[in-house]
Design a protein around this ligand. Structure first.
Ligand code: G3P
Length: 218
């Protein structure tokens, strides 16, 4: 499973990238707004830090303008992936960008049929939003299950399932069990994945006992 960070905060990204487990980044207009910084500068800095795919979202609503924006964003760095919404115009833009050899992440996916259409349009990634479905009392993880099953029926589709709108570590566990290819995780939640009180307790005991031996490895 690949781990992406769902953030545009360069300090948060740098701290996690330093661990060597970050495969890519996803951003969206809300995450950019939260930084209070210029979009292009932020994306340039992220792409300099992360070698894997970095999603940057268009803000136009018509396909032709989405493609124009996508071509501009694509010039930032070779690893930029263009994020378009799961709308008819977004799917049209996806197909047009795909035909030009540009990677596309189809976002705001809330149904398996939207995911099917995105795969047909050549999306590199489909981003089903788990948490936002849970928010309206629908089973977000069932959507991942459906997409895994549908894509499994059609090996000609190479679209990767990028589980998004992750709200807690249990979402990560369930997405991994469901077979999502990628999960994009807010920094705070990614840090939570490391935590277990028995790890802290056990390590403390080991270090105390080692100290008593008076030895050192280096
Ligand atoms: O990148 C999009 C997505 O992960 C948004 O998450 O928490 O705003 O629903 P959230």
């Amino acid at each position: 499973m690949k781990f992406f960070i769902d953030s545009a905060n360069i300090d948060d990204i740098r701290a996690l990238a330093d661990l060597g487990i970050v495969d890519g980044i996803t951003s969206n207009p809300t995450l950019i707004a939260q930084t209070g910084r210029p979009f292009f500068k932020v994306m340039e800095e992220i792409c300099a830090l992360i070698q894997g795919p970095v999603s940057a979202e268009v803000t136009a609503i018509e396909a032709e303008q989405m493609v124009q924006e996508g071509l501009v964003l694509h010039k930032i760095a070779p690893n930029i992936v263009i994020k378009v919404p799961s709308t008819p115009q977004g799917i049209k833009a996806c197909k047009m960008l795909h035909d030009q050899g540009i990677k596309v992440n189809v976002t705001l996916c809330f149904s398996a049929l939207q995911a099917l259409i995105a795969a047909k349009a050549g999306a590199t990634f489909i981003s089903p939003f788990i948490g936002r479905l849970d928010d309206i009392n629908q089973d977000g993880m069932a959507l991942i299950d459906d997409i895994v099953q549908i894509y499994g029926n059609y090996p000609e589709y190479s679209t990767e399932i990028l589980a998004a709108s992750i709200r807690h570590p249990y979402h990560v566990l369930l997405a991994a069990k469901a077979g999502a290819d990628i999960i994009t995780v807010p920094p705070k939640i990614l840090w939570q994945l490391f935590q277990h009180p028995l790890t802290d307790k056990g390590l403390s005991q080991f270090l105390d006992d080692w100290k008593k031996t008076g030895q050192s490895i280096l």
